[in-house]
Design a binder for this molecule. Sequence first.
Ligand code: PLP
Length: 429
Amino acid sequence: MMHEKQSRIWHPFTQHALQGAMTKVVRGEGAYLYTADDRRIIDAIASWWVVTHGHCHPHIVSAIQKQAEQLNQIIFAGHTHEPAEESAALLLKLAPRGLDYVFFSDSGSTSVEVALKMALGYWHNIGEPRSRIVVMQHSYHGDTVGTMSVGARGVFNAAYEPLLFDVTSVPFPERGREQATLDALEAACRNDNPAAFIVEPLILGAGGMLMYPAWVLREMKRICEASNVLFIADEVMTGWGRTGTLFASEQADVSPDIACYSKGLTGGSLPLAVTLCRADIFDAHYSKDRARTFFHSSSYTANPIACAAAKANLDLWQEPEVRKRIASVAAMQEEGIESFRADARFNNVRRVGTITALDLAVPDGGYLADIGPKLQAFFRDRNLLLRPLGNTIYVMPPYCVTAADLNEIYVGISDAADALVSGKSAGIS
Ligand code: PLP
């Protein structure tokens, strides 16, 4: 129902009938957001996992300003520009070895769509058509039709189910049950003649911050390699230091055949994504025959301002200071969750790199359970930007977060458990 004074903006992943007033943010600096009503909020989820070095990092802001005055947009078919060339060259220098080409797009979802199209295009063009994709249970790869197809099925995509294509799913490698995942992947590779296997390395984000060890990732890559199945690493969330290394694949010494990066690619300043691939995937499309072209584009492919922001972010990654900072955030995060490990109010307290997660011990903790919005409201009142996935509370801060900020976040989490589960505090509904 429409009320005269209400905004006509339809927000993402928002049930407007239940949502209170939107928080109006007017400024961001470092790990903080400042609201129109003069509150300072700690951004404990890096604004949907994108902000790495901090909001409005001066080096990135300055690169954006300079580029905006020089060249703000150019069709990327038949043209190129310095920010794209420089950022692509730096990316290839920093990415796992074996990745030789860079395709630009605009979001994590499009980078995955591109990866899937590259994989099918490769098999099609070498005369061995394959179309099946193997996926991991609980995965999330985006909200476009292709990425929903390779992601977990559920309430998020039930309405669109008729549009989604069939995939083969292998179980998430639960601790102690890793072999079942590897066996299922081996069987899928043997029996289904798949084009590719797509996976989020080391941690499944939207699926509930589910973590698995590097050796499983390494084994999954080995199985794909042995079966000649393309291995797609969706590092849209795990990239840019989140798991403690620049890319999560590094920890398993894995070189994906195709890799997707976005979110922190511009330090969280502008939308941009890339899909990197092996030379032979590019080569399969390289031909005097126009029918073998890689048929994908978007109007703003490799927008120069976004590429300049990516280049500035990549400059920062050349400085040893960033990796030191990440190691220190990882250590502070470990300290932050330490006391929760033996805390009966929480289950499955976990960390990989700079990301921590813990599940509030409640009987009904699914994504649609009431506990999620209740927690969110509690944290909002505390000026903490946290957005639990059901009963899973996670902390994924920008790397400029301080020990004092993290302390405030974890005190908030503990108080939320008291108020919402143990009912220790009054006034919370
Ligand atoms: N892949 C993964 C692993 C993600 O976590 C996300 C977003 O959270 C996406 C893809 C989609 O990215 P975007 O929201 O930029 O389209």
